[in-house]
Ligand binder design. Sequence first.
Ligand SMILES: Nc1ncnc2c1ncn2[C@@H]1O[C@H](COP(=O)(O)OP(=O)(O)OP(=O)(O)O)[C@@H](O)[C@H]1O
Ligand SMILES: [Mg+2]
Length: 389
Amino acid sequence: MSPTRESPVPLVVDQLIDDRRTRIIVCCGSGGVGKTTIAAAVGLRAAERGRHVVVLTVDPARRLAQSMGLTSLDNTPRPVTGVRTGGAAPGTMHAMMLDMKRTFDEIVESHADPDRAAQILANPFYQSLSSSFAGTQEYMAMEKLGQLRRADEWDLIVVDTPPSRSALDFLDAPQRLGRFLDGRLLRLLVAPARFGGRTGMKVLNAGFGMVTGVVTKIIGSQLLRDVQTFVSAMDTMFGGFRERAEYTYRLLRAPGTAFLVIAAPEPDALREASYFVERLERDGMPLGGLILNRVHRSPAARLSAARSLAAAEMLQGLTESESSELGITALRLHAERMRQADSERRLGRRFTAAHPLVPVAQVPAQPDDVHDLHGLRVVGAAFGPDGQP
Ligand SMILES: Nc1ncnc2c1ncn2[C@@H]1O[C@H](COP(=O)(O)OP(=O)(O)OP(=O)(O)O)[C@@H](O)[C@H]1O
Ligand SMILES: [Mg+2]
């Protein structure tokens, strides 16, 4: 059946995870839409269907982390207990929390000799960059993904992405960090330190003296010195950073990768999802599909909002007993729920009209937060062929 404006192509996530050629699934989307939850649910479902999975999470809620055996931020994949691994070829699940600072330190240690590495790690500028520069977390998530892939211990890596304002940050961060480290301002700043010596300084003084003078006023001389030593120490690593970013980009473009774009059925999240889908296409990155998370459905969907409200009005006019009060409240709540479901459906249809070929899966809103393996399993039920609209 060809897709129409009304009905999207169903996304059956199980097909994706059962296909052994799928090696990386990246869950992205704007803030708070359920990336971490869906990544964990995909990981669990895949392990319970026989895959050897590692889930790389970023900042999971504490109870969810605990349920996956993650009690400390140590950048190490931990086995998840409680995974149901029946069948002839039982799967396994590991999970880890991304420690951004530790990952950055590891890169420095693997690229610089021990003295230089120690110098960089102790540099206050490095310390603030490695823990707070916008984009560092995204970059480090990519870096960690590259490391996990190289380790080749798992046949499926599920990646959660950082809580960025915009989903696109994840794709832009490595370049942005590269630009920053390569940046002309930093190169200018480092120049005096590199040229050193009297002749060098004489040549440089006229131009750079002015630049560094202004910069010193803005950021202070101690910080300027920190920046200079940091950048000259990092200089040897520029190539390394770029190479690694390119390696990860290649991984993301490879046929074994699938992006799942997660969105709540709300205008802002779906707008972000649209941008992201278009960007993936432009960058030649493989899109698995859209997951609409926290969708509201009503078990009594045959009673429309309008009829429900009309019934409430009628009851109101008839009696004033306590039980009819209750009935009226229930009818109004139902009407509200139906309105919400209608508006979510409309938004979904609008997305599909703009992107008719993007497969869509829907994950119902659970009554409570998803914080244990049972909850993840319930979410994962939407990944089968029956879970779809
Ligand atoms: N289908 C669902 N039903 C009910 N609650 C859900 C569902 N999906 C996610 N949640 C809850 O919503 C909250 C946010 O989810 P989650 O942490 O996965 O979002 P996120 O996109 O990773 O957020 P951030 O951008 O901050 O990283 C959590 O408390 C989670 O338990
Ligand atoms: Mg998250």
